[in-house]
Structure formats: structure tokens, C-alpha cells
Design a protein around this ligand. Structure first.
Ligand SMILES: [Zn+2]
Length: 103
């Protein structure tokens, strides 16, 4: 059997950038703590989204690629501005461990 190449789902398939952990807001219906979201503003998926939403829905909005580590599902998460959702980003240190903010 040939071993399947492990696909790192925390890397955006559209732009190849490492996605960021995003804290799921408490009022949402998701039960897990965080999602992975591509916050690259040059991501082609996100950039095309603006045009697409305007043409289809006449809305000034777009979406970013997201990955739910709990269900393993990937899909678009809607954003209404370039800075939308960014306040929920969980910053990580270089080595990938989460920074402990005890303040
Ligand atoms: Zn991307």
C-alpha cells in the first residue's frame, strides 16, 4: 500500500499560508474552542469572495477559508470587512505553542 501524503489542514489550500487559530465566540453554535482561519488578505479565495458576493448578492462581504478541527470540515466563513473576526485570532509563538496570557 502506498502511504498517503498527510495533508496539513492548517495550511490554506488556496494560498498556501499557515492559517491562524481563531477563538470561537461563546454565542456561536460551535462547540469547539477554536477554528483555523486563513487571515491572509492576499488569499485568492478571500479576494474573489468580494467580487462574487457583490455580483451574486450585491453585498459588500467576502469569506475566508476555515477549518473546524473538531469535525474536520473545511469551508467558508463569512466576513464583512478586512478586519472582521481578527480580534478573535489566537496568536502563537514561533514554535507553535500557545502563549499564556495570565493578565
Ligand atoms: Zn488562504
Amino acid at each position: 500500500m502506498t502511504e498517503e501524503k498527510a495533508v496539513d489542514k492548517t495550511v490554506c489550500p488556496h494560498c498556501g499560508h499557515k492559517m491562524k487559530k481563531w477563538k470561537v465566540p461563546p454565542e456561536s453554535t460551535w462547540t469547539n474552542e477554536y477554528h483555523w482561519i486563513c487571515f491572509n488578505d492576499d488569499c485568492p479565495y478571500y479576494r474573489k469572495g468580494w467580487k462574487w458576493m457583490e455580483e451574486k448578492y450585491e453585498q459588500r462581504a467576502s469569506y475566508r477559508h476555515s477549518y473546524n478541527p473538531e469535525t474536520g470540515q473545511t469551508g467558508p466563513i463569512p466576513v464583512w470587512s478586512p478586519n472582521a473576526l481578527k480580534s478573535g485570532i489566537l496568536e502563537e509563538d514561533e514554535d507553535g505553542t500557545e502563549r499564556n496570557s495570565e493578565t
